[in-house]
Design a protein. Structure first.
Length: 231
């Protein structure tokens, strides 16, 4: 009886020892796979910018400069290559169709001031883009989140708007026009406005009817535009 118990105890110890060894082997294998090249992406492009701005509007550079930052999962990570895709629509970008520009894999550690080198861009065009990078082990990272920039008006002929102002002499229509004393203001029964502004910051603009303008004070600006601050 005692010999039988000793045999069972010995068998249990052997079984437990084998199980521990298998667990240790599995853990070691997982660590090797994690650290081996080509298995897990360790570097990704983030915070995409065009001309130092996020998703800017009205870019007037014919070949805008592109930037991104790097996010790594370990120390001493380094970019060794990148690929840029620029598309004319969000759908084409999602399908990895760089109909405006596909740089292909470029062996470079540069991530700032990458000059656009694709098809010629037209005024007002929207450009959707993304980038992926390769790390020091040659591991290909994921595509970045999509970004966007919009071109401004690049040629003088693209400026189709008209000056907003009054060509009449001062006081000529004072009797019939309650806003005759406000130079730089135009109104009508129907008004369609297409704004194209290049400013530092954002300015609130509003379009009002003749009756609304007559009843509210406006700020007079020189030479040709009056902007009423929202109440």
């Amino acid at each position: 009886m005692r010999k039988g118990l000793m045999v069972l105890a010995f068998a249990a110890m052997v079984f437990i020892g084998i199980g521990c060894q298998e667990t240790q082997k599995a853990s070691t294998t997982a660590k090797k796979q994690q650290n081996s090249p080509g298995k897990t992406a360790s570097l990704a492009a983030v915070d995409l910018r065009c001309e130092y701005m996020q998703d800017p509007l009205g870019i007037d550079a014919k070949n805008p400069r592109l930037f991104w930052k790097l996010s790594a999962t370990h120390r001493a990570a380094m970019q060794t290559a990148y690929q840029l895709i620029v598309a004319s629509s969000a759908e084409k970008l999602t399908a990895n169709q760089g109909d405006l520009w596909d740089s292909g894999k470029v062996a470079s550690s540069d991530s700032i001031q990458i000059e656009y080198a694709g098809a010629e861009l037209r005024s007002g065009q929207q450009c959707f883009w993304k980038v992926r990078v390769w790390d020091e082990k040659g591991t290909e990272g994921p595509w970045s989140r999509p970004a966007l920039w919009t071109m401004g008006l690049l040629k003088a002929d693209d400026w189709k708007g008209k000056w907003i102002g009054k060509d009449e002499p001062a006081g000529a229509a004072a009797a019939s026009n309650p806003l005759a004393g406000s130079p730089g203001l135009m109104y009508g029964s129907t008004l369609a406005v297409n704004w194209c502004l290049g400013v530092l910051g954002r300015i609130p603009l509003s379009v009002s009817s003749k009756a609304e303008l007559a009843s509210r004070p406006t700020k007079k600006l020189t030479p040709a535009l009056a902007i009423r601050s929202p109440s």
